[in-house]
Design a binder for this molecule. Structure first.
Ligand code: SDX
Length: 428
């Protein structure tokens, strides 16, 4: 017998079923609330609202832990690789050797994009933000692959997901090359996923390209950390877009749109720009003061989180990865890292941040790392979206086979004008 929650609305008392998950908070199922009480729930920002049932990722915000299909994310970052984590997120288990060979070969077979797509970029100015290109070109894939947009066909769902995981790095590298005015570099299937991406970004036809194994390993780890994170804003956007039956390419492009915001995936770009603006540890107190000032819209970018009320476990791995990359280039006294570490130290001992449980999040150190690897700030959110594509697709796949899934259509608390008569202009 499942537990129930009793709710009294006026003179009426109703029973609402409580559903328990495998770990984490239980939920009160309010789906019959409106029909039984003529009231909606009200939860702007969804701070207390579960939008779906999912078995992909679990975050323990109080402990600062995150699990992909039950495996601690930081363990996967150390012991696995990004494409294997993509398999785990999609299929729920780590692949056997046979499953891994089939999956990685399949992804390799789809890394190239239609040559016609090359001309697509010419419609943008060279200085266009690469996220503007990604939002457009990912949706445009639906025009190139009409054979994989029927979401009711499992085979088409499978090929469209594999095409996106394979092609989005190629498109991201093309967006980067286009901004530099350099020729596009074709995928090289003799390389692993992250090495291939590095080569497509940094190789030039004029000379042989040598893979920096430390950078490629660091990037693969960064992709794992960014792969999925429960029902965050961009994942919820993808779920809502896909709930109407929109094709997978168009649905995933909405993920890039939402991720672009500075409060979400755009925070890595904003955090690095903030560290550059602070410039020196002596300026930190002034910025801490601004962050605490209710009348100042300034926030410490890369700090705070809706779910983590403890240190974001990804930030810890990211800080170590940052040291690995800076050591590789012999830049251990990196000014931005010094500012970041001093800023973190001061903030974590400040009453305001302690009371509001604001800790560094994944975006705080990622920018310094990516900057040191040669990526411009405008590419940071593109890399976040490249990695999160596997998470968005995991949720999309889960939703496509969820029998209870329906089109998402929230209600509202209406506070506008009450019904009234139209008046002719002559009478106004
Ligand atoms: C990501 O959801 C996810 O999982 C996202 C993500 C993922 O992997 O998908 O983890 C990726 O988006 C990480 C977050 C990146 N964003 C930033 O670093 C931007 C800076 N952070 C904030 O904007 C904020 O912390 C959010 C957006 C991350 C969380 O916003 P919430 O949960 O709505 O919290 P809030 O804005 O209501 O803040 C609560 C209080 C407020 O003060 P009061 O009104 O209660 O007095 O804390 C303050 C805020 O003003 N606050 C900050 C702050 N973050 C929150 N004050 C200063 N600096 C900050 N960074």
């Amino acid at each position: 017998m499942s537990e129930i929650a009793k709710l009294k609305v006026g003179k009426k008392e109703i029973d609402l079923p409580i559903k328990k998950g495998s770990v984490g908070p239980s939920v009160i199922d309010v789906s019959k609330l409106y029909s039984e009480t003529d009231h909606f729930t009200f939860d702007p920002g969804f701070t207390s609202t579960g939008s779906c049932e999912s078995s992909i990722t679990f975050i323990d915000g109080d402990k600062g832990e995150c699990y992909y299909r039950g495996y601690p994310m930081d363990v996967l970052a150390e012991k696995s690789n990004f494409l294997e984590v993509a398999y785990l997120l999609w299929y729920g288990e780590l692949p056997s050797k046979t499953e891994w060979n089939e999956f990685s070969d399949a992804i390799k077979n789809h890394t190239m994009v239609h040559e016609q797509l090359n001309t697509f970029f010419n419609g943008f100015r060279r200085g266009a933000h690469p996220m503007a290109i990604m939002v457009a070109v990912v949706a445009a894939l639906s025009a190139f692959y009409p054979d994989s947009i029927n979401i009711s066909d499992p085979a088409q769902r499978r090929i469209s997901a594999r095409r996106m995981v394979a092609k989005i790095p190629t498109l991201a590298a093309m967006a980067f090359k286009y901004s530099l005015g350099q020729p596009f570099v074709y995928p090289d299937n003799s390389l692993n996923y992250s090495e291939n991406f590095m080569k497509m970004c940094f190789a030039v036809p004029a000379e042989p390209y040598k893979i920096n194994k430390t950078f490629a390993k660091a990037l693969d780890k960064i992709f794992i950390l960014h792969a999925d994170h429960e029902q965050n804003a961009s994942t919820s956007t993808v779920r809502l877009a896909a709930s109407s039956g929109a094709n997978p390419f168009a649905s995933i492009s909405t993920g890039f749109t939402s991720l672009w915001g500075p409060l979400h995936g755009g925070a890595n770009e904003a955090a690095l720009n903030m560290l550059k603006e602070i410039g020196d540890v002596k300026n930190i107190p002034e910025y801490i003061k601004k962050a605490k000032d209710k009348n100042d819209p300034f926030k410490l970018m890369g700090f705070g989180h809706r779910v983590y009320k403890n240190y974001d476990p990804r930030a810890k791995v990211m800080q170590k990865t940052c040291h690995d990359v800076l050591s590789e280039i012999g830049n251990n006294d990196n000014k931005l890292l010094q500012v970041a570490k001093e800023l973190e130290k001061i903030a974590l001992n400040d009453e305001y941040f302690i009371e509001k449980k604001l800790y560094p999040n994944i975006d705080f150190y990622s920018g310094i790392t990516l900057n040191a690897m040669g990526f411009p700030t405008t590419m940071f959110t593109v890399l976040f979206g490249l990695a999160r594509t596997v998470g968005w697709l995991a949720h999309w796949k889960e939703m496509m086979v969820d029998k209870s899934a329906r089109i998402g259509r929230p209600r509202q608390l209406y506070t506008g004008a009450e019904p009234r008569e139209f008046k002719d202009l002559s009478k106004r």
